[in-house]
Ligand binder design. Structure first.
Ligand code: SAM
Length: 222
């Protein structure tokens, strides 16, 4: 059984998609998709140790069902891939992977991105590529919040206006989105109560608290 986070990602894949899982690690996502009848899948790792482990995890699948590769990000992405998943990494790393090989994205009509931190960096890089955010979700698992961003390739991309919170989230105001930012607000309040916090960090957090309060005040009492 997949974790709630990986299941939410898998549920965003639809029939006919040829999926690449970049930084696949345990290979659970592609194994699950293969069990659901998807073929022409691709799973990669950029380091020898994790790559060898990934290959071991996927020994039951032929390379026509799941092809594996030792590659940095999108470096060796096969042209048949039309959906790319990059999950479980920081937002900056995801942004770097996407911008390192832009031509490799030519055939990629859909991106499913799940940064474990700094979703802002992901929204910002999407503004520089040919993609518009079509959906966003916050998954809660074991009291942790996980953001998932879906972006579609567009001839004329619609620029993401609010890369900080995400324009989609601001329109939807889902319960988990409000819960996540309420949790960040409380966490920041605890940090700010520490007298030893450096003045520059304090100023940053005070600014962030004002932004968060503005967003969550209509949703939930803090
Ligand atoms: C924490 S794991 C996440 C695994 C899985 N995607 C998930 O969401 O559960 C991140 C994986 O990304 C791999 N990785 C990091 N940078 C990468 C890159 N530039 N190209 C390919 N894989 C990378 C790491 O080796 C690691 O196995």
């Amino acid at each position: 059984m997949l974790s709630r986070r990986l299941q939410a990602i898998a549920d965003l894949v639809t029939t006919g998609e040829c999926v690449a899982d970049i930084g696949s690690d345990h290979g659970l996502l592609v194994s699950y998709l293969a069990s659901k009848g998807y073929t022409a899948l691709y799973a990669s790792e950029n380091k020898k140790g994790p790559y060898n482990r990934l290959k071991r995890e996927l020994t039951n699948y032929s390379s026509t069902i799941i092809e594996t590769d030792l590659a940095d990000g999108l470096e060796k992405l096969p042209p048949r891939i039309n959906t790319v998943v990059i999950a479980g990494m920081g937002g900056e790393l995801i942004a770097n992977i996407l911008s390192a090989h832009p031509r490799k994205l030519d055939n990629v009509t859909k991106l499913i991105l799940a940064p474990h931190s700094n979703a802002q960096a992901v929204r910002e890089v999407l503004n520089t590529l040919n993609y518009s955010i079509s959906y966003e979700e916050v998954v809660v698992e074991k009291e942790q919040f996980y953001e998932i961003i879906v972006a579609l390739q567009k001839a004329v991309p619609i620029k993401e206006v609010n890369t900080y919170f995400g324009s989609y989230h601001l329109r939807q105001r889902s319960a988990n989105f409000i819960k996540m930012w309420t949790s960040v607000y409380h966490q920041n309040t605890r940090i700010l109560s520490n007298k030893k916090i450096p003045p520059s960090r304090k100023a940053e957090l005070v600014k962030e608290q004002a932004l968060i309060l503005n967003v969550i005040s209509e949703g939930e009492k803090v």
